[in-house]
Structures are given as structure tokens and as C-alpha cells.
Design a protein around this ligand. Structure first.
Ligand code: AMP
Ligand code: FE
Ligand code: FE
Ligand code: ZN
Length: 284
């Protein structure tokens, strides 16, 4: 019997990963995974291509997304597995988020121009390629190509994180609304990297408890590279108390993110089974 190895967080070039969905799936199989979730930012557009190669690659694909949310003005990412891809309510909300992504571009370019980084919308479109969800990593790629920075990380640190000159806020769904929307459309919501980067102060134990008991949150992605070991164990303990499932994922972006190799964090098979069981009853 093959030992299950399940990675529930990966991005393709449909959002800000560097590889197409088909490559995501074949690379995941080559990395020894038995299940991989495709979780592009704010779009479901990579699903069909991922499914089309899954059987031949000998790997299960979980259809998902990573939705841009906010809580108290702080960015929070929500992984949603198996949402109904025909729900107009969902598709409209995702389109609204992507419009916010596109709409901030002129302001970003103007602000970058003022600090000596001269990029055109054409250069950004060129680095975004076929992506339907335009993200800061694409701006970073254009900066790399034009010789302003060496890699995406340098672009973020110098220009793109909040507080730096290229940062412009954009529309995101309020987290409680996103969790309830996910459930209404048959999906299973799991908060991505809850205690990574900036979101730990707003995702307090009390808030997580309320998300679990009142809103239908299914789990937390405790095992993630943005979490130090203590955060993983503390969050795992808290999830146990709150009845939340604990997942793990790589947050793979192809060559776009270092130290996020496929399978670097994984989800237990029993947890995947419980998530799948919730998907079968979610939205009923
Ligand atoms: P956006 O989708 O435009 O808000 O950009 C967010 C994406 O950029 C995340 O999903 C990561 O892929 C990447 N990212 C966010 N913050 C950082 C950071 N501080 N350093 C490197 N990459 C980051
Ligand atoms: Fe990303
Ligand atoms: Fe994320
Ligand atoms: Zn991600």
C-alpha cells in the first residue's frame, strides 16, 4: 500500500505560482505526494487543467482556492476546498476581489515611479502571462526582469510589503462573510497560515473559537513554513480544544517562493477524510 502524503496548499500560474496547473500536478506526483490541492488566489480557473492530468499522473487532486480576506483591516487568507464552481454568488465575489487586484495597479506603478522604479502596465502584463489573478509577485517578477531587484523576496522587502512605497491596499472579503459564504456554496473553510506574518494579533484564540462555533470554520493550517515550531504546537493544541481540524500545506509557488517545496508540510489522511465528509454535507 502506498503511504498517503497529502499537501493541501499549492499555487499555479493561474495566480502567482510559476508553473501551470498541469505541472503542479505532475510535480506533486513526482515529489511522492498522493494528494495535492490546487489553491490559487481568488480563482478556480486552474481546476480543469489540474484534473485533466491527475489520473495519468496517479495522484488525487482536491479542488480549492485561497481567498483574500480581512479582519480588523488585517489580511487573512482562507483556504476553501470543494466549493461549488457554478455558484454565481461565489464567482461574483471572486471577480470583485480580482477587480481590486487589477484596480490598484496604476496607483502602485505611480508610487513605484516616484521612488525610481519605472515599470509599465505592459511589463506587468508580460510577467503575469496567463494569470487571471494579478498579484504583487507579478510586479516583483517585472522588477526582477528590469534589473531593479534580484528576486521576489527583495522586491517585497524593499517595495511591496505594507509600509513600503509600492504597497496599495485592495478589496478583500470580511473573514466572517467569507467563512459563511464558503459553507453556503458547499465548501470547507480552513484558515491559511493563521499565525504567520501579520495576522496572529487579530486571530486570537477567542476569534478562532467564534469562527469555529458560530461561523462554521473547519480547520486551521497550523503546519506551514510561516509558522515557527512553537506556533505550530500552540495552534495545534488550541485547535484540539476548539474542535478544529489541523492541516498542513507547502504553499508551493513553483520557483516563485523558496523553502516551500511540495510536501514540506502535509495533512494527515484522517483529517482529509473528515474534511471531505464535511464537503459532502456542507451547503445542504
Ligand atoms: P497579493 O496577492 O498581491 O496580496 O500578494 C500576496 C502574495 O505575495 C502572497 O500570496 C505570497 O505569495 C506573496 N507574499 C506576500 N507577502 C510576502 C512577503 N513578505 N515576502 C514574500 N512574498 C510575499
Ligand atoms: Fe501567493
Ligand atoms: Fe497565503
Ligand atoms: Zn498560498
Amino acid at each position: 500500500m502506498v503511504t498517503p502524503r497529502i499537501d493541501l496548499h499549492a499555487h499555479s500560474s493561474v495566480s502567482d505560482g510559476t508553473e501551470p496547473p498541469a505541472t503542479l500536478v505532475t510535480d506533486a506526483a513526482a515529489a511522492g505526494l498522493t494528494t495535492v490541492a490546487i489553491t490559487d488566489h481568488d480563482t478556480l480557473d486552474g481546476w480543469d487543467e489540474a484534473f485533466s492530468v491527475a489520473e495519468k499522473a496517479g495522484i488525487d487532486v482536491v479542488p480549492g482556492m485561497e481567498m483574500s480576506c480581512e479582519l480588523d483591516g488585517v489580511s487573512v487568507h482562507l483556504l476553501v476546498y470543494w466549493p461549488d464552481p457554478r455558484s454565481t454568488e461565489l464567482l461574483d465575489e471572486l471577480a470583485r476581489i480580482r477587480q481590486g487586484r487589477d484596480g490598484r495597479l496604476p496607483t502602485m506603478l505611480r508610487q513605484l515611479d516616484e521612488v525610481g522604479v519605472h515599470l509599465t502596465e505592459e511589463q506587468i502584463a508580460d510577467s503575469a502571462g496567463t494569470a487571471v489573478s494579478l498579484g504583487r509577485p507579478h510586479i516583483a517578477d517585472a522588477m526582477i526582469k528590469a534589473g531593479y531587484v534580484a528576486d521576489r523576496q527583495e522586491a517585497f522587502d524593499r517595495y511591496l510589503v505594507e509600509g513600503r512605497p509600492g504597497y496599495v491596499a485592495r478589496y478583500s472579503t470580511e473573514l466572517p462573510d467569507a467563512i459563511t459564504l464558503a459553507r453556503r456554496v458547499g465548501g470547507v473553510p480552513v484558515i491559511a497560515h493563521p499565525w504567520g506574518r501579520l495576522s496572529r494579533p487579530v486571530l486570537t484564540p477567542e476569534v478562532l473559537a467564534r469562527c469555529a462555533s458560530d461561523l462554521g470554520l473547519a480547520g486551521v493550517e497550523a503546519r506551514h513554513q510561516d509558522h515557527p515550531a512553537e506556533a505550530i504546537s500552540e495552534l495545534t493544541g488550541l485547535a484540539g480544544e476548539l474542535g478544529l481540524l489541523v492541516t498542513g500545506g507547502s504553499d508551493w509557488h513553483g520557483s516563485g517562493k523558496v523553502d516551500h517545496d511540495l510536501g514540506v508540510h502535509t495533512t494527515d489522511p484522517e483529517v482529509l477524510e473528515r474534511l471531505a465528509a464535511q464537503a459532502r454535507t456542507s451547503g445542504d
